[in-house]
Design a protein around this ligand. Sequence first.
Ligand code: PEP
Length: 252
Amino acid sequence: MRKKFIAGNWKMNTSGIDGELLAAGVVNGVADETRVTVAVCPPFPFLARIAQVVKGTPVALGAQNCYPKANGAFTGEISPGMLIDVGCQYVIVGHSERRQIFKESDAFINQKIHAALGAGLRVILCIGETLDERQSNRTEAVLDAQLTGSLANVTAELLRNVVLAYEPVWAIGTGVNATPQQAQDAHAFVRKRVGQLCGAAAAQAIVIQYGGSVKPDNAATLLGQPDVDGALVGGASLKADDFLEIVRAGIQ
Ligand code: PEP
């Protein structure tokens, strides 16, 4: 059985001290619970200090982005190796905000995935359709293109360190979550396509999180779907109590 994975994407929020307090709240609430995997993904400047808060606990540390080079003249960018150095185990790539605001392509996301995996990070790869794409019945075509492009040359072996996050763009930060059935349908499609790309065993093993307005009051039904293996949580990850309720909903 796949272990549920709940990750908090703090985006460009918190101060250093507020981030430390939030991480400490998560650490205290998670305590020694290991039936669910938990990660927090703070902004870059706070990673080092939050690494100290989560050190030696079951709570993992993730970054929200990386650049696909080891080092060099890339002003303002952060390499996967630097994230390892600072204590990260995970990195989010392909978030819809990066795709939309920063015009990141599947080819660029693919480079990031290879660089991150090569450096020893686990990747949370986000995919998802816009409202317009859903309304024009292009959801599966969009997910297909994002999966195929982002996972180019990612073997079944490499995929063991990849988590997928299905995040319908229309559900992110809107308060309108996908219905459990919409999430299940998309997850089942994604798992089927992973099977075609990397084999049946990889498809059965891969963790597929749902993201998009996950809150304490909808987490249990979303996480109760057979192909929903966790949640990538934005807004509700900024309050320890709310995030911990979602974590508890993930305990099987
Ligand atoms: C996200 O940005 O990954 C996200 C799912 O945000 P929210 O939970 O706020 O919709």
